[in-house]
Ligand binder design. Structure first.
Ligand code: KIV
Length: 285
């Protein structure tokens, strides 16, 4: 099959042809290889890595260096998916100039194709500056985990007519500023669907219903490997957590019983070489 690398135009065409876009997060080389093999359109190296890879309670402490480290590994594993690097908290809020410099590092140093950042109309000057530098920007509206202190917790956004209207205004502002796509997280399905119809650019939903132009899930959630926090919108397509623990336990039991390694996992040597070696050991006393 003549498989081509996904780019911004591919994504825009999918929106126009009403073909759903798929996105998953990945954080390392092996994970990216697997996601790419499944022909997923986009890989997000999300700052969710703070929670699922680093065991933090939120995404807030994640640093640029940590993001770039994981992005490099993903870029080595994914040949076809369009790659999105998530800008961590305070890497883009201080000034547009600093945001451009940090966004550029995702492309120059870590092999990403674009960046994602959270926020609405207040982010317009920053988005414009990054896009002007030639870096594609994906927006992120609704539940924006970096602002968890301001939002008062991980709660659904846009549930009143006024806050839904605010979401629409933010989305239109992000589109006008040059975003090529917007993630909607934890938003009523009807609101996300109505906004998706008003936008010319694709929307990618997570907990935002089937009316978005695409869907995204977190690697560890879809595989059933992380149950510390399981939002309603997660569908586990596998339960690898228990399967992994079962494999580790079986290894332990077999190693304790000296059943592992078996002959087929063991290297042989020439018998005469072995005899000479054992004679030498014996001679040494
Ligand atoms: O960091 C992340 O994984 C994300 C997704 C939830 C969209 O931002």
């Amino acid at each position: 099959m003549n498989r081509k690398k996904i780019n911004i135009l591919t994504l825009q065409r999918k929106k126009e042809k009403e073909q759903p876009i798929t996105m998953l997060t990945a954080y390392d080389y092996t994970g990216a290889l697997l996601v790419d093999q499944a022909e997923i359109d986009m890989i997000l190296v999300g700052d969710s890595l703070g929670m699922v890879m680093m065991g933090l309670d939120s995404t807030v402490p994640v640093t640029m260096d940590e993001m770039l480290h994981h992005c490099r590994a993903v870029a080595r594993g994914a040949k076809y998916a369009f790659l999105v690097g998530d800008m961590p908290f305070l890497s883009y809020q201080v000034s547009p100039a600093e945001a451009v410099r940090n966004a550029g590092r995702f492309l120059k140093e870590a092999g990403m194709n674009s960046v994602k950042l959270e926020g609405g109309q207040e982010m317009v000057p920053t988005i414009e500056a990054i896009v002007q530098a030639g870096i594609p920007v994906m927006g992120h509206l609704g539940l924006t985990p970096q602002s968890i202190s301001k939002l008062g917790g991980y709660r659904i956004q846009g549930k009143t007519a006024a806050t839904a209207r605010q979401l629409l205004d933010d989305a239109l502002a992000l589109e006008a500023a040059g975003c090529y796509a917007i993630v909607f997280e934890a938003v009523p399905a009807a609101v996300a669907a109505a906004i998706s119809q008003r936008l010319a650019i694709p929307t990618i939903g997570i907990g935002a219903g089937a009316g978005c132009d695409g869907q995204v899930l977190v690697f560890h959630d879809i595989l059933g490997m992380y149950d510390k926090f399981l939002p309603r919108f997660v569908k586990q397509y596998a339960t690898l957590g228990p399967a992994i623990v079962a494999a580790f336990s079986q290894f332990r039991e077999e190693a304790l019983a000296r059943q592992f390694p078996a002959a087929e996992h063991t290297y042989d040597m020439d018998e005469s070489e072995l005899a000479a070696f054992l004679d030498a050991v014996e001679a040494d006393g």
